[in-house]
Design a protein around this ligand. Structure first.
Ligand SMILES: NC(=O)c1ccc[n+]([C@@H]2O[C@H](COP(=O)([O-])OP(=O)(O)OC[C@H]3O[C@@H](n4cnc5c(N)ncnc54)[C@H](O)[C@@H]3O)[C@@H](O)[C@H]2O)c1
Length: 304
């Protein structure tokens, strides 16, 4: 039997947190969006509003549903306040293990004892996350894809001790949100990123070695393999810091050199070239422009 959920707290209001909040609010849930950064919360509300406007313009939702959905979202910078009346928490903070363990210790302390604690982590072990709580049976992975309002998949990750009732609840909830859930077990990178990230990393290695340029690599994968987006553009979209962290988890988890993050990827992250969210990665992003422009750091290489 699955459990009834009304109030959902989303921890982190960045790229994923705003999309997750959007989808829950649009489907009638009370959403409490929490971030340590007030600026990120303000930006998330603007992004959700704009994304809902787009849906209204397309006729996918009514203006009234947009207004009602926006009114269901409240924002918090205080964790205790944000989670104290929640039935479900979906954590979507930065992909960093120590940070997530710390967040889950607090969630366990401040949320009601029957609250399900889900993480949107792309790669970190749910069993490890559950181990810092007193409710490992109620800890689960709820891995949404980017952009959340558009992408249909939710990869559900069962930790070693996740209760079957919790898995069933999250499965039915994902369907209620209009998504298609797939349940997998807790191994590094799960399924999605175990397969996707080595491909992205290999593209960065090919670029680093001068095998081909940004445009050539992405065009080959788009036109040759019918991928809707090239791997380097996708990396920019995901965030190069997130890609780097996931490769690190795969590298450590499997102990195999084939998962070592590319040096170019590490350098770009260190230098703050994180892709769309920082304005530049393999491509340069100008607000308001949809044109895909290769970063000048790669555009002038001799291979062109
Ligand atoms: N970007 C993607 O395409 C993608 C896809 C699927 C899953 N994910 C996962 O989703 C999670 C979030 O990724 P993102 O791309 O949205 O990152 P992001 O950098 O865009 O946003 C992270 C947000 O977390 C906030 N944060 C940091 N520490 C916090 C804390 N202690 N409490 C509350 N908020 C805190 C930051 O202020 C920031 O606003 C990660 O686990 C990532 O692996 C990302």
């Amino acid at each position: 039997m699955s459990l009834k959920l009304n109030t959902v707290t989303v921890i982190g209001s960045g790229t994923m947190g705003n999309g997750i909040s959007h989808v829950f609010a649009q489907h009638g849930f009370n959403v409490r969006m929490m971030d340590i950064n007030q600026g990120a919360l303000d930006k998330a509300l603007v992004t959700i509003g704009k994304n809902m406007d787009r849906l209204v313009a397309k006729g996918s939702i009514t203006e009234q549903l947009k207004q009602e959905s926006m009114a269901r979202i409240s924002t918090y910078t205080n964790m205790e306040e944000a989670v104290k009346e929640s039935d479900l928490v979906v954590e979507a903070a930065t992909e960093n293990i120590e940070l997530k363990l710390n967040i889950f210790r607090q969630l366990d302390q401040f949320s009601p004892s029957n609250c399900i604690l889900a993480s949107n982590t792309s790669s970190i072990s749910l069993t490890r996350i559950a181990s810092v709580t007193k409710r490992p049976g109620k800890v689960i992975g709820m891995h949404f894809m980017n952009p959340v309002p558009v992408m249909k998949l939710v990869e559900i990750i069962n930790g070693y001790g996740t209760d079957a009732e919790v898995t069933e609840t999250i499965y039915k909830l994902s369907e209620q949100l209009g998504k298609v859930p797939c349940v997998v077990n807790d191994y590094p990178g799960f399924i999605s990123n175990r397969i996707l990230m080595p491909m992205i990393n290999e593209s960065v290695l090919a670029l680093q070695e001068g095998v081909a340029g940004v445009q050539e690599i992405d065009t080959i994968m788009k036109l040759g393999m019918a991928h809707p987006m090239g791997p380097l553009q996708l990396a920019d979209f995901i965030g190069l810091d997130t890609c780097y962290s996931i490769m690190h988890v795969l590298h450590m988890g499997f102990g195999n050199q084939k998962y070592a993050p590319a040096t170019l990827l590490a350098n770009m992250v260190q230098a703050g070239y994180l892709g769309v969210k920082s304005g530049e990665g393999f491509y340069k992003y100008t607000p308001g422009s949809k044109e895909l422009v290769v970063s000048s750091r790669f555009a002038s290489r001799e291979w062109k």
